[in-house]
Design a protein around this ligand. Structure first.
Ligand SMILES: COc1cc([C@H]2SCC(=O)N2Cc2ccccc2)c(Br)cc1O
Length: 387
């Protein structure tokens, strides 16, 4: 990892450093008024451009740009296809800022060729609370790769975040950079095995027929947990309470406000689906769970061009009901048309992945902190899900 020309200049733990138990900023503490007021210089033909994500035209432009240029798997078989509604939801949570939706355009054509975003997040890291941002959607046009544009985008978003007095950030990547706070793995549960095999994501197991494979992954028609229902506005306080109690046990977690629970967890059609388990007697909300929809383009396939996928999001479920509730959201995801259900090995996920017939994927997800040194953590100690 010594060859990282950019990351070796940044306030992140370098690879050769030992795993000290120290906790604190890496850069000397600065105040917002010491921060450079002008944007970083760009190569001649490019200019900075704050995107207006409330404008359907601009959200569509961002959608198309990410749909064509964002993250692919190592074999270039799939590329994330974040939806327009999903992007508006992801980029306008409570406390969002327009100046943190940073685009790079070609001056003369106005074409969008670069993008990076930040959203505010109050994080609990090894028990102490910090105002930070979550960095996401860093994307450079395929034709402009290895022009050293990404470091400029990262420095510019850092400057804009520092201007309002925030000096820490969290970000994730499939690639290995100096230096992961936590290294997690994706697991996948087939919902439509026939399509997953046809598009080359799954393979027919030896001595298994397609009919037999379909039977193995078959799920009941409807959820079976007594009291399982969609989450509603009236459940926000209960869900907030469940999260506050449970997520303080994780070494990395967002400290959600009531408004943030409403924004991130209440159902949003075609974006995020959430459910509660209401005790049939007491009418108390005992559990909640949620997943978000993030399709992928299938880059080379004659029969299909999109893979519908659900991703496990936030939940608090009693251990005795865990497997049943998680099976119920597999059923809900299948019922809204998903072909596969994805989950990381974070939180308590490993308690049900095997029994619910998830298989480990080759996708790794590494979590990183910017300008904060602290001990690393195991996936199950990690309570943060990034979109
Ligand atoms: C291909 O193996 C995986 C690819 C991905 C990512 S990379 C680009 C993309 O679109 N993905 C979503 C996806 C695509 C296909 C199946 C499941 C998830 C993940 Br995340 C974990 C995997 O194991």
């Amino acid at each position: 990892m010594s060859e990282h020309r950019f990351w070796n200049t940044q306030p992140v733990p370098q690879y050769d450093e030992d795993d000290t138990e120290e906790i604190g900023p890496i850069d000397p503490v600065q105040s917002a008024d010491e921060i450079q007021k002008t944007p970083y210089p760009l190569l001649g033909q490019f200019e900075w451009s704050e995107c207006t994500v409330e404008d359907p035209k601009e959200i569509d432009e961002i959608y198309q740009f990410l749909n064509n240029n964002y993250v692919e798997d190592d074999d270039a078989m799939f590329r994330f296809d974040y939806g327009r509604d999903f992007l508006q939801w992801a980029l306008m949570p409570p406390g969002w800022r327009k100046e943190w939706h940073v685009g790079v355009r070609v001056k003369q054509s106005r074409k969008l060729v670069g993008f990076i975003t930040a959203i505010p997040a109050r994080l609990s890291i090894h028990g102490s609370s910090k105002d930070t941002v979550e960095i996401d959607f860093l994307c450079i046009h395929k034709k402009l790769r290895s022009k050293r544009l990404a470091p400029v985008l990262i420095k510019e978003i850092t400057r804009r975040v520092n201007l309002v007095g925030i000096f820490q950030a969290v970000y994730t990547a499939g690639v290995l950079l100096p230096r992961p706070l936590s290294r997690c793995r994706y697991h996948h549960r087939s919902l439509n095995p026939k399509k997953l095999i046809k598009v080359g994501f799954s393979r027919l197991a030896p001595r298994m027929t397609m009919m037999r494979t379909i039977k193995v992954y078959k799920l009941p028609e409807k959820p079976e947990t007594p009291g399982f229902r969609r989450m509603e506005e009236k459940d926000v306080d209960s869900v907030l309470e469940l999260m506050r109690k449970k997520y303080k046990d994780y070494k990395l977690a967002v400290e959600f406000s009531k408004e943030e629970v409403a924004h991130w967890i209440l159902p949003h059609e075609n974006v995020v689906y959430s459910y509660v388990v209401e005790d049939p007697e007491t009418k108390q909300v005992m559990d909640f769970c949620s997943f978000y929809l993030l399709p992928s383009s299938i880059i080379q396939n004659t029969e299909y061009d999109t893979l519908s996928a659900a991703y496990l999001f936030y939940y608090v479920v009693d251990a005795t009901r865990m497997e049943m509730v998680m099976r119920d959201i597999l059923i809900e995801a299948r019922n809204v048309g998903c072909d596969v259900f994805n989950a990381l090995d974070v939180m308590e996920n490993t308690s049900f992945l095997k029994d619910l017939k998830f298989h480990i994927g080759d996708g790794e997800l590494n979590y990183y902190l910017y300008n904060w040194k602290c001990p690393r953590m195991e996936p199950q100690e990690n309570g943060l899900v990034m979109l």
